[in-house]
Ligand binder design. Structure first.
Ligand code: FMN
Length: 226
């Protein structure tokens, strides 16, 4: 290759390993397309435990996150000081909002990280991502970012089982093994095919970056039904 490889930084938070799984495959796809990929995982100052463990603590966390409670995070590593051709900001939806660690990142480091940068957010959610998307894209724009595309992954299980299943999983139960619920809710989180999609999106992004094409026209599955 004649010119330097494109550089991508993936900044992400993951509470129950769903975003982390998607990022793992996305990153592999980018690397296969010749991109230099770096990953920065946001770490809460006080580690959060998954599952939350009880129904009352889960309800409390949902209320706090609905009110956009921030979760303070540790300082970023030096990876975040370098220049990149693309930043990917990834994390789960928490009560219709970006997660607490991502909100803290935007408050504390948003301008320095994102001003003048092209950014593609990735959302991992049970199913309701629109408000998260509006808040996130608005906050990124306020930091001076150019949000050029998006990747949205919703859990594939059907409602109402999906909502019940996620809630019970957070509360420390094992709904996928329940005699009744297990029939309708076979697993928590994303499906294997979605991990494969993430891999494909990584390749698409990587090839477009290598060829200097716009990322705005790429099909990254962002138009999923809510
Ligand atoms: C406190 C809390 C609130 C949540 N609220 C929503 C929500 O409003 N909408 C939604 O689609 N998913 C919601 N979820 C589900 C997560 O977005 C989903 O499980 C996601 O895949 C988790 O990603 P992670 O494992 O990377 O943290 C919530 C999860 C938690 C922990």
């Amino acid at each position: 290759m004649g010119r330097n490889a494109a550089r991508v930084l993936i900044i992400y938070y993951s509470f129950s390993a769903q975003t982390a799984g998607l990022i793992h495959r996305l990153s592999a796809g980018l690397a296969e397309a010749g991109v230099t990929v770096r990953e920065e995982r946001l770490m809460p100052r006080t580690p959060l435990k998954f599952p939350i463990g009880t129904i009352s603590a889960t309800l409390a966390m949902m209320l706090i996150t609905f009110l956009r409670g921030r979760i303070p995070i540790q300082p970023l590593s030096d990876l975040c000081r370098a220049r990149y051709d693309l930043l990917i900001l990834a994390g789960p939806t928490w009560s219709y909002n970006p997660s607490g660690p991502v909100l803290s990142l935007l408050d504390r480091d948003g301008r320095r990280l994102f001003a003048g940068q092209q950014v593609v957010p990735l959302i991992s959610c049970r199913g309701y991502w629109r408000m998260h998307w509006w808040t996130l894209s608005w906050q990124l724009a306020r930091c001076g970012a150019r949000v050029v595309n998006r990747m949205i992954f919703a859990h594939p299980s059907r409602e109402p089982w999906r909502t019940i299943g996620v809630f019970l999983k957070l509360a420390g139960r094992v709904p996928e093994k329940g005699r009744f619920l297990g029939r309708y809710y076979p697993r928590y989180g994303h499906a294997r095919e979605q991990l494969e999609e993430a891999h494909q999106y990584g390749r698409r992004l990587g090839l477009a970056l290598a060829e200097g094409r716009s990322l705005a026209d790429l099909d990254l599955g962002g138009k999923v039904p809510g």
